[in-house]
Ligand binder design. Structure first.
Ligand SMILES: C[S@@+](CC[C@H](N)C(=O)[O-])C[C@H]1O[C@@H](n2cnc3c(N)ncnc32)[C@H](O)[C@@H]1O
Length: 228
């Protein structure tokens, strides 16, 4: 797994209003592009699984949360031809790169706080839930904003026995490192009204180092009835 993202907690600082997202906002230019590309390439089995999901299901409007510098809408744009793709990221420099290199729509904002005027058929997000400051709101908002499909991945492991999410704040990066409790996600999706047949929480093996992140978590939602 990509080394700088794998870093454990180095130091602690109190969470201040402006410190969330420091790492993502400090990067720019080729250094930032290389960083996102390396991150993408370190999760190829997961991306294959995701592309499989994309091809098996049909949707028109798509929101990607945490699109970074736009690996999907730029390098894999053919996946979204004939679809209406919107990319969203907290990092202003990343979204500027997306807008320079793609004709799709992009929004620079905090997904958890942003008020959307419309819903999307499909919402996906790779390696973002691992870092957010409110996991429950992140999931709830995806659930409410998606009319039918969602695909969310977490790269830090598959924590099937964890009773609660474990959140660690890294003050020097301005980011959390979250271990996602599968039991908690299951309870939340059920309490939001989904039947067991409408979601799938599964692991995918991506490495063989004997560490938690040899496995990644995939959260799939397919609502039986679309709520437009
Ligand atoms: C670890 S990177 C993953 C990037 C890309 N999805 C990938 O898999 O390579 C996390 C991304 O999520 C974005 N992000 C984190 N919290 C966010 C939030 N609350 N709202 C929008 N974007 C957020 C960051 O700016 C960063 O680009």
């Amino acid at each position: 797994m990509f080394e700088s993202i794998k870093n454990k907690i180095k130091n602690f600082e109190p969470l201040t209003k402006n410190s969330y997202g420091r790492l993502w906002n400090e990067k720019s230019g080729n250094n930032q592009l290389d960083w996102y590309t390396e991150m993408h390439n370190s999760c190829l089995p997961m991306h294959e699984d995701f592309i499989d999901f994309l091809k098996k299901n049909s949707f028109k409007t798509i929101l990607e949360i945490g699109c970074g510098t736009g690996y999907y809408p730029i390098n894999s744009r053919d996946l979204f031809k004939d679809k209406i793709y919107t990319g969203l990221d907290f990092s202003q420099t990343a979204i500027e790169t997306c807008k320079r290199n793609s004709k799709f729509d992009f929004i620079c904002t905090d997904f958890i706080k942003f008020n959307f005027e419309k819903k999307f058929d499909f919402i996906f997000s790779h390696a973002v839930i691992d870092h957010v400051y409110d996991i429950e709101k992140f999931i709830e908002k995806i659930f409410n904003l998606s009319t039918k499909y969602a695909y969310i991945t977490s790269y830090r492991g598959f924590f099937s026995e964890l009773e609660k999410h474990k959140m660690n704040w890294n003050g020097s990066e301005g980011s959390y490192y979250n271990d996602i409790s599968i039991k908690t996600i299951k309870k939340q999706l059920t309490s939001l009204g989904l039947k067991e047949s409408e979601f799938n929480l599964r692991s995918i093996k991506v490495d063989d180092n004997g560490t938690d992140d040899d496995y990644q978590t995939i959260i799939e939602i397919i609502k039986e009835t679309s709520n437009n």
